[in-house]
Design a protein around this ligand. Structure first.
Ligand code: ADP
Ligand code: MG
Length: 308
């Protein structure tokens, strides 16, 4: 597991915030020191942690603009055992101000995090549903990107845009940026289309797809209204257990990588992978070129894929 993980997908409603909050709680439950950064002006992760976003002394907005130190804006998330950089709608104004800066506007978050990086084992960034300057700041600050996806008709539309953005940022600003994994969210195995899209994801992206699947689960949907991760709302729920399993899978992958026992053929170029995600969004159109992708059978997703 990389230290700074951006949770990104420019589609809204795919489970980014749910993943950010519940993964933070699950990793904290394994005694890792976790920082969750809410980088969406909607402040859903802030609310989902039970923090009142109208009462913030300092927020991600001031931190990004260099008007407050990260340390002064952090708040502990009671009971859940992790730390939050909260946000509110002021972050929209911050983005506009960032856009007007002539230089270094993409590296604001990276620099703001620098003094605190070593204080945490994992830093998760909940990105907004757009490939905007906030998301670019997250990707420049991150070591890896976790992409939540719903296995539905339009799921693959936009994936190539996201992967291309990741590739551009890797080339231009952040050479070690890689894909942490694709996460299937809100999964309903009774849905034939979900199974079909899921199979295509596995066929195309192989090991880049987390084996853990997040089911559609009412406890995950209702936990934010209690201001808690599902783990503290109903720890036996399938949703809470799934995010614990995801944390376990990420930790195991990290251990395998650390022990160097994950030798496998070199992955195909990202271009090969992205070229096949043509944004059409239809299962059939997506599936057709996959078999033609060189090395696709090796089960890897591209040059950005880290060695798990
Ligand atoms: P995003 O941050 O990508 O916009 P959210 O995490 O806010 O997505 O999820 C969108 C909606 O779906 C929210 O109402 C959330 O509670 C709900 N939701 C997310 N994941 C699940 C799940 N696994 N099961 C049921 N509802 C979910
Ligand atoms: Mg969100």
């Amino acid at each position: 597991m990389k230290r700074v993980i951006a949770i990104a997908n420019q589609k809204g409603g795919v489970g980014k915030t749910t993943t950010a909050v519940n993964l933070a709680a699950s990793l904290a439950a394994t005694r890792r020191r976790v920082l969750l950064i809410d980088l969406d002006p909607q402040g859903n992760a802030t609310m989902g942690c039970g923090i009142d976003k109208s009462q913030l002394a300092a927020s991600a907005c001031e931190v990004l603009l260099g008007e407050a130190l990260l340390a002064d804006a952090l708040v502990p998330v009671e009971q859940s055992g992790f730390t939050l950089l909260p946000t509110n709608q002021d972050l929209t104004a911050a983005e506009v101000r960032l856009l007007s800066l002539p230089i270094a506007r993409e590296t604001k978050l990276r620099h703001a995090l620098q003094p605190k990086r070593e204080d945490f084992d994992v830093i998760l960034i909940d990105c907004p549903p757009a490939l905007n300057m906030l998301t670019v700041n997250a990707l420049v600050a991150a070591d890896s990107v976790l992409i939540p996806m719903q296995c539905e008709y339009y799921a693959l539309e936009g994936l190539s845009a996201l992967l291309n953005t990741v590739e551009q940022i890797r080339v231009a600003a952040n050479p070690q940026l890689c894909i942490e994994g694709l996460l299937r969210t809100m999964y309903d195995p009774r849905n034939n289309l979900a199974n079909e899209v899921s199979n295509q994801l596995l066929a195309h992206f192989g090991d880049t797809v987390f084996r853990t699947v997040i089911p559609r689960n009412i406890r995950l949907a209702e936990a934010p209204s209690f201001g808690k991760p599902a783990l503290f709302h109903d720890k036996e729920s399938r949703g809470a257990l799934a995010y614990l399993a995801l944390a376990g899978e990420m930790i195991r992958r990290e251990e395998v990588a650390d022990h160097g026992s994950n030798v496998r053929p070199p992955p195909p170029a990202l271009a090969a992978a992205t070229a096949t995600t043509n944004g059409n969004g239809t299962g059939a159109a997506y599936a057709a070129p996959v078999s033609a992708a060189p090395g696709a059978e090796a089960g890897a997703g591209g040059t950005l894929v880290k060695d798990h």
